[in-house]
Design a protein around this ligand. Sequence first.
Ligand code: URP
Ligand code: ZN
Ligand code: ZN
Length: 465
Amino acid sequence: MKFDTIIQGGKLVSATETTRADIGIRGEKIAAIGVGLAKGNGQGAKIIDAKGRYVIPGGIDVHVHLELPFCGTTSSDNYDSGTKAAACGGVTSLIDFAIPYGKESVQQAVDNWHARAEGKACIDYSFHAAITDWARHSKEIDKIMDQGIPTFKEFMIYAAQGWQSDDDAVFGALEMLRERNGMLCVHAESSKVLDALIAKYHNKKDMKTYGARLHTMTRPHYIEAEAIERAIHWARVTGGKLFIVHMSTAQGADLVKRAQSEGVQVLAETCAQYLVLDDSVFANKDGHLFACQPQVKRPKDQKRLWAGLKDGEVCSVSTDTCTFTTKQKATWKGDFTKIPMGMPGLETLLPIVYTHGVLKRRLTVNQWVDKCCTSPAKVMGMFPRKGILRIGSDADIAVIHPTKKRKVDWRKMETNSDWNPYQGWQLAGAAEHTLSRGTQIVKNYKFIGRNGHGQFIKRSNPGMK
Ligand code: URP
Ligand code: ZN
Ligand code: ZN
């Protein structure tokens, strides 16, 4: 059999097992898996030596914001820098959020996001469609689903941005999507109490005393927990599929676990930052850089989220990448309500979960692949085209050294940022080589791909099967 590329001699890691084999790639697909594929010098195939390396399905980050107009500015990673960063981190597919602004329709938002990505993206991508005006946007659900977008997003906060959904919209979307086999993703934070806490502390004296700590003081864990509880309630009564995005609390994980055991169709992701950072960061001089929504919580929340990954109630890890430079973040000028919210993450997702999960024995190497590659593909309706090393699947593959650590340094990264939340951390698990649909886009830790290679992924049938 002739191949274009052979990945030779690596340890193939799936969500359930690890085997030693070669992978033969023809065109954009995996054409063969077996030993000795490179016999006779591979008959002209390009050989990628993977001896002593893990070979995994490319990572899938299902929660990304590229070039997002937000908090008075635009997030600094776009489809150029963001997808290059992803590739260097071993991530080969991402899902962004197409969000309507003002009176825009969902279709306009989707078209806007296509325009951002086309010709620029270096890896494959998809969008969740945000619903910000239920009465108008609900009429577009069928049309958007026909375009290969079966997942919709509602925010339970963000009234000022005009994005907020109330209970009627969450209830209505869950009901409607149940009929159509779609899924509702929800940003769960409790807006009324959150706004009351912000109002309480938004004064000169407290801002001078507490600085960036007010970000965490106004977003205690119960802000997330109440909203998750309410969203689960609507999933329970409607029977609709609910996906809690960027879950950051122990209480959230408890609520999801209990609801799942009662048969409610609820899934939850967490993000890398909630697993390894805690709210002590806000006491530092540069604490405002770490502000995101929800903000990072307490060590006991981290512990519970790791346990949730292991036990299954937390189905995947993503990043909520929403990068802002120090200059953009500096516009806060001491006012915690004016910090551009979000952090970079795509380039460090697999390394963070590998180093702090697998190397610290919180997860097995197979669970790492499950939570960062396979489960996201299944939950978001891309499996088995993505998320697995299988004959016929896209040849989206990362080759990873099991122990070699590299120091995080924003100066040497593709991410468009002049700081990094993990600056100076020693992380293993970055991609030595990455392939996207059969094309090598990272070689020896360096990006070698091209803009426009990435394609829109049509998805269907989301939810855990
Ligand atoms: O702070 C964050 N997470 N920014 C992006 C918007 C969101 O809520 O996901
Ligand atoms: Zn959010
Ligand atoms: Zn987000």
